[in-house]
Design a protein around this ligand. Structure first.
Ligand code: MG
Length: 232
C-alpha cells in the first residue's frame, strides 16, 4: 500500500471513531432492519426492533414473526444488512465540529472497524467524506487489522509523523482507547446519550483501556484539543 506521508504537518491530528461516535449505530441497525424487511412478504420490522431493544437476535425474530412458507435465508438477510444504502444522520454537533477543524486546518482521520463496503456506505450517507483526506480514512477490513491491535493507530502516525499530538475520539472503552493510550495519544470518550449505544456497559476492562477524558458532546471537544495542543 502506498503511504501518503505528509512530513510538513506539525499540528495536532484529530482521529475519530465512526460507529456510536459520529452517528448512532442503532440508527444503522434499524435502517438495516428496514432493508431486511423488504425481503419478506409480511411486516417483520416491529419484531426485529423489539429484539434489538430486548437484546434478542433480530434475524431469528424476523423468521419467527414471518408466516411465509419460504422466508429469506440468514445469509440473504446478513447481505442485505451489510450492503444496503443506510439512512443515518450525524449526531448533533458532529458536522459543526468537523467544519471547525477543517477551517482551522487541523488534520482529521477516521479509524473504524468493519467491512469496507459497509463503513464506506455509512460515510457516504453521513456526507462526511469531504472532511477527511482519502488516506486518513482507515477501515479495518482494508488494512487487515482492527483496533484490538495497534496497527490502525500506527498507520495514522506513519501518515503524519511530525504531528504535534494525536487525539482519538471514540465511545467504547473495551477496544477504542487501549492502543492509542499506549502510543501516548490523548483519548477522549464521547458520551452523547450513551444509553442509546449498541455496546453496553461502558466500563473499561483495565486502567489502560480507560479514556483519559470524558465529554458529553461535540462542542466540548475543541477547547480540550486547543488546551492540550498549546500545553506542550
Ligand atoms: Mg464506536
Amino acid at each position: 500500500m502506498t503511504i501518503n506521508t505528509d512530513t510538513s504537518y506539525h499540528g495536532p491530528v484529530v482521529a475519530l471513531d465512526l460507529d456510536d461516535t459520529i452517528y448512532k449505530e442503532r440508527d444503522f441497525a434499524i435502517s438495516g432492519y428496514r432493508a431486511i424487511d423488504t425481503l419478506f412478504a409480511d411486516d417483520v420490522l416491529p419484531a426485529m426492533t423489539r429484539a434489538l431493544l430486548n437484546g434478542g437476535n433480530p434475524l431469528d425474530a424476523a423468521l419467527e414473526a414471518s408466516g411465509q412458507p419460504n422466508p429469506p435465508t440468514i445469509p440473504q438477510m446478513l447481505r442485505q444488512y451489510r450492503y444496503h444504502t443506510p439512512h443515518i444522520t450525524p449526531s448533533p454537533g458532529a458536522i459543526e465540529f468537523l467544519t471547525t477543524l477543517q477551517k482551522q486546518k487541523i488534520h482529521t482521520a477516521l479509524i473504524t472497524d468493519g467491512r469496507s463496503v459497509t463503513q464506506r456506505n455509512k460515510i457516504a450517507a453521513l456526507g462526511i467524506q469531504q472532511f477527511f483526506s482519502p488516506e486518513m480514512i482507515i477501515i479495518s477490513e482494508e488494512i487487515g487489522a482492527d483496533k484490538t491491535s495497534p496497527i490502525p493507530f500506527r498507520q495514522l502516525v506513519r501518515l503524519r509523523p511530525e504531528a504535534s499530538r494525536f487525539f482519538y475520539i471514540a465511545d467504547n472503552p473495551a477496544k477504542d482507547f487501549l492502543y492509542p493510550n499506549l502510543l501516548g495519544w490523548t483519548t477522549i470518550q464521547l458520551r452523547i446519550s450513551p444509553e442509546l449505544n449498541i455496546h453496553q456497559p461502558d466500563t473499561a476492562p483495565s486502567p489502560d483501556h480507560a479514556p483519559q477524558i470524558r465529554l458529553p458532546d461535540f462542542k466540548s471537544i475543541l477547547p480540550v484539543i486547543i488546551h492540550y495542543t498549546q500545553r506542550q
